[in-house]
Design a protein around this ligand. Sequence first.
Ligand SMILES: Nc1ncnc2c1ncn2[C@@H]1O[C@H](COP(=O)(O)OP(=O)(O)OP(=O)(O)O)[C@@H](O)[C@H]1O
Length: 229
Amino acid sequence: MLIEAQDITVAIGGRLVLDGESVHCKPGTITALVGASGSGKTTLLHSLGLLLPVNKGSIRINGNDVTRYSTTARRRFWRDHAAFVLQDYGIMDEESVAFNVTMQASIIGRRVSGNKEQLIQSLEETGLTGRENELAGHLSGGEKQRLALARAIYKDADVLFVDEPTASLDAGNRRMVIKLLTDFALRGQTVIVSTHDSEMIDACNVLHQVGSKARFIKEDKEDNYENNF
Ligand SMILES: Nc1ncnc2c1ncn2[C@@H]1O[C@H](COP(=O)(O)OP(=O)(O)OP(=O)(O)O)[C@@H](O)[C@H]1O
C-alpha cells in the first residue's frame, strides 16, 4: 500500500507543527521519520495514519486522495488495512496476552475469531510462546512492545505505523523488534516508523528528515545514501 503525503501542514493549538512535509512510503520498504525531539515525527506518523487531520496539503493512499476522508472511511482504513504500534502500545493490562493479540482482529470481525495457527505464529515470531495465558499487565516494557507487534502480525495489515519502536529497549529486544519490522517489509507490507535510534535507522530503506524537507533513499545496507531532495 503506497502512502503519500504532499506538502502537508499541521497546526495544533494554533502552533504550526508540520510545515510542508512530503513523504512517500512504498510497499516492501521501511520509511523512517527522523529528526530532533519535538520536530514533529509523531505528528507526521499520526497524519499519515489518518489519526490526525491536516490543515493543508494532501494524503494519498494508492493514488487516491484521502485527505478529507469521512470518519467512516477512516475507520474502514484502520479496520481493513492498518496496524498501529503507538507509544502506549494500546495493551489491555487486565487481559491475557492471547486476548491482546487477537482482540483487534476479533472485534472488527475481519478474521475468523480464534485463528489459532496465526496466534501461535505471531507469538512465536515475537518470542512470546508459552506466555499466552499470562496477564499482559505482568509483561515488561520490551515484552509489551513485542506483544503490540504480535497483534500487528496477527492482523496481517497492509501498512504498519510504529512510533519509536526501539525506544528504551535493551539490545536483545531492539534486535528482535528491528528484525520483525524488516520481516514485515520483506513480506511486501509498508512500514513507517518514527525513530531516533541509529540501529533502527540502519535497517530502514528511506529516511525522511522531519522539518527539513530532506529525504534520503538508501541504496544498500552500507553507509551510502543518495541525497534525493
Ligand atoms: N496534542 C498536542 N497538543 C499540543 N501540542 C502538541 C500536541 N501534539 C504535539 N504537540 C507539539 O508538537 C510538537 C511536535 O511533537 P511530536 O510529538 O510530533 O514531536 P516528535 O518529533 O515526535 O518528538 P519526540 O522525539 O520528543 O517524541 C511538539 O512541540 C509538541 O509539543
